[in-house]
Design a protein around this ligand. Structure first.
Ligand code: ADP
Ligand code: MG
Length: 699
């Protein structure tokens, strides 16, 4: 790791941020660009060449030779194509050049990115367009320019475009509300996000020794180890040396990129860890989370490790999520979801709170979809992850307040409580007004909401697109009424009590992991989409098309294309998983077990000829059990293979996705059960891959 003197010195040293712009741009250009960034208004075309020139000079000063438009196609990962700044000047010489045109617009061939039917085969053109609000940065000798990506016809082919549109929607709606409460200075309302990232680190040799890990990012076989996480000794435990070295270097790399990596610790499962940055504006938070994941993946091998970002790399062991902390604030830094000392009197806060509660209740399905991926299905609904049912936890104090608003009863403000630990040597500490609820998928945590359903490997854009747009709708409805009323206070109180009464079914403070909640949620009419395909099917429900259309976030065409892509990705992932299982079974597991049976049988015969009276009951018993299991495994293999063949022949991705869910996955589960049983009967030496016990306790 490179030496450095202080964190402030290296922080954002690879970022073309406000400080650099102030230093390197003419004053009027700087002011104009800052205005675009702060207000989201269109960029003044005249300044692009100047900005590009300054960016290039700065990038070259920092060792860059190339630039790339960096974008987020609907593949779930980022994309980049690098161009050198080179430009020929005759006489076989070159100069380094970068124009405003190249900064503002790129033209990658879009034909190999998912378009969900948006792109006819003859229309391969796609465009990338600069997002000036997310700073350019240097990585691996290239200047990275965050961009939005669209088709030749102008439809969004990425996650950033609708995200930026949703940020405009919430800003507009939010401004109308805060103006009503007398804020005339704020220019923009922004949604802020802090994404806590969970991940696993395992030994790279183990990763390479398992095809399921390197083809699919998660294990498809594996018997439970004798020791799991029951001792609860890993959570917040001391960091192993190798992990600590990795985290230190990761921090420095992220800091250079202007990512404020702040908190790091061991998570609940062995080999599981977490990193949390300081929150920032949504589009930057999304970009930075994608960069963080990439840096994690790329850095791990330097320490002889592999970083697993899949939601459930090991069955029976805690999975990884991404806690999407979300709030609203003004560009002047006022958090609009901060209850303050006396939330009962803070009507503006209550109105924003009601807006979120309404949004989450009305668009449960969209929020569920935003966390629906083939691999997150393996996590959601487990005993350590939120169920597939969306509900909101407000905490004791706010819940009592909400109920008083609904039924008009008196609400007594709670006093701040303090507690002493029974020894004068430890200072008295302030107690929060409410405990946490770790089982809730959507919990209020003081001045923000924490959406805990999103998967660790996912792009968090869609979750935030849904939140921003749905809350923008609530706020718009409220503003429409409040701007017209003659009796502001009475109308406001009525909006609060009506909204909260109408949507109180979404509030739940009990244990979301319990089976009783599932029954109660059903009685309350809450949706419960257990699998991704079940959820995807609702993406284009009339009310959802209307919501996104109304705010210009996604057109119906863009939504239909996304729906196609959801089903298509699900199908492809499940297809790869099924084929990986088949390959591992036939080419690794069956040969290994059969060879082991052969070895045992040879030993039995040899022993018998040496000692006529030898019992051999142990060896014979194992041989018998393994032979039985082998036959069952081969049957399960055949059943999976037939199902997989039918899946491939399904004409549409939607049909195939449901077929995988209903028919192929149960066959995969059957095969896995038998193989896992064989693992426990086969000698360690003979088993063809590292086991759970080998992997998760190694580092
Ligand atoms: P915990 O895991 O205990 O909830 P952490 O400190 O690990 O808490 O993570 C909390 C995350 O929430 C951090 O990324 C933090 O920056 C973020 N956060 C705090 N305030 C806000 C806010 N107003 N808007 C969005 N995110 C926030
Ligand atoms: Mg958290």
């Amino acid at each position: 790791m490179e030496k450095f003197d202080s964190v402030p010195e290296i922080f954002a040293s690879c970022v073309f941020n406000e400080d650099v712009m102030r230093e390197r741009l003419p004053k009027d250009v700087y002011t104009s660009l800052m205005n675009t960034i702060a207000t989201g208004k269109e960029i003044d075309a005249g300044i692009a060449d100047v900005v590009a020139g300054a960016m290039k000079d700065w990038a070259i000063d920092h060792g860059a030779t190339h630039f790339t438009h960096w974008f987020q196609p609907l593949t779930g990962v980022t994309a980049e194509k690098h161009d050198a700044f080179l430009s020929p000047v005759g006489g076989g010489k070159v100069i380094m050049e970068f124009s405003g045109k190249e900064l503002i617009r790129g033209e990658p061939d879009a034909s190999s990115f998912p378009s969900g039917g948006l792109r006819a085969t003859f229309e391969a053109r796609g465009y990338t367009a600069w997002d000036p609000a997310s700073y350019a940065f240097i990585k691996d000798g290239s200047l990275y320019i965050p961009t939005a990506f669209c088709s030749y016809g102008g439809e969004a082919l990425d996650t950033k475009t609708p995200l930026l549109r949703s940020m405009d929607a919430i800003s507009k709606a939010g401004l109308r509300i805060i103006r009503l409460f007398g804020d005339d200075t704020a220019k923009r309302v922004v949604s802020t996000v802090g994404a806590e990232q969970e991940y696993f680190l395992i030994d790279e040799d183990d990763y390479k020794a398992r095809r399921d890990l390197y083809y699919c990012g998660r294990t498809l076989f594996g018997a439970p180890p004798v020791k799991g996480q029951e001792l609860e000794d890993h959570y917040f435990g001391a960091l192993p040396t190798r992990v600590s070295a990795f985290m230190k270097e990761l921090d420095v790399e992220l800091w250079r990129l202007g990512i404020s990596a702040k908190t790091k610790h061991n998570e609940a499962a062995p080999s599981q860890h977490e990193l949390a940055p300081i929150f920032c504006t949504t589009n930057i938070a999304v970009d930075q989370n994608l960069l963080t994941m990439e840096c994690m993946r790329k850095l791990a091998p330097k320490f002889g490790m592999a970083c697993l970002l899949a939601e459930k790399p090991f069955e029976g062991i805690n999975g990884s999520g991404k806690h999407n902390n979300w709030s609203l604030s003004t560009d002047t830094g006022k958090n609009l979801l901060k209850p303050g000392k006396n939330p009962g009197e803070n009507k503006q806060f209550l109105l924003f709170l009601a807006a979120v509660i309404r949004a989450v209740d009305e668009y449960q399905d969209l929020l569920r979809i935003s966390a629906a991926t083939a691999s997150n299905d393996c996590r959601l609904g487990g005993h350590e992850a939120p169920p597939a049912i969306i509900s909101i936890f407000l905490g004791e104090e706010l819940e009592a307040l909400v109920h008083s608003l609904i039924d008009g009863s008196h609400y007594a403000k709670r006093d701040t409580k303090y507690m002493s630990l029974g020894t004068p040597s430890v200072p008295t500490i302030r107690k929060d007004n409410t405990d946490r609820n770790r089982t809730s998928p959507f919990a209020f945590t003081g001045n923000k909401f924490e959406f805990r359903m999103v998967g660790s490997g996912q792009n968090i854009a869609l979750a935030n697109i849904v939140l921003n747009t749905a809350v923008a709708e609530s706020l718009t409805i409220f503003a429409d009424i409040l701007e017209e009323t003659v009796d502001f206070d009475r109308t406001l109180d009525k909006i609060l009590s009506d909204t909260l009464r109408c949507h109180s079914r979404i509030l739940f403070s009990g244990n979301s992991y319990s089976p009783e909640w599932e029954a109660e949620a059903e009685a309350r009419g809450l949706s419960n989409f257990k699998s991704s395909p079940d959820a995807y099917a609702h993406f284009t429900d009339e009310k959802n098309i209307e919501l996104f259309g109304k705010f210009g976030v996604m057109s119906e065409t863009e939504m239909r294309s996304r729906r196609e892509i959801f089903f298509g990705s699900y199908r492809k992932i499940k297809n790869i998983e099924a084929r990986t299982m088949l390959e591992m079974t036939l080419r690794d597991i069956i040969p290994a077990v059969s060879k082991y049976i052969g070895e045992l049988s040879t030993a039995v015969n040899a022993t018998r000829s040496a000692v006529k009276s030898a019992s051999l009951s142990c060896e014979c018993d194992i041989i018998e059990k393994l032979s039985d299991a082998l036959a069952k495994a081969y049957d399960a293999y055949g059943a999976l293979e037939r199902a997989e063949r039918s899946a491939i022949s399904k004409p549409s991705d939607e049909e195939a996705a449901f077929f995988y869910k209903n028919t192929v996955i149960p066959k995969m589960d059957n095969l896995r059960r038998v193989v896992d049983e064989m693992e426990t009967l086969t000698s360690r030496e003979a088993w063809p891959m590292p086991t759970y016990g080998d992997i998760i306790f190694k580092i």
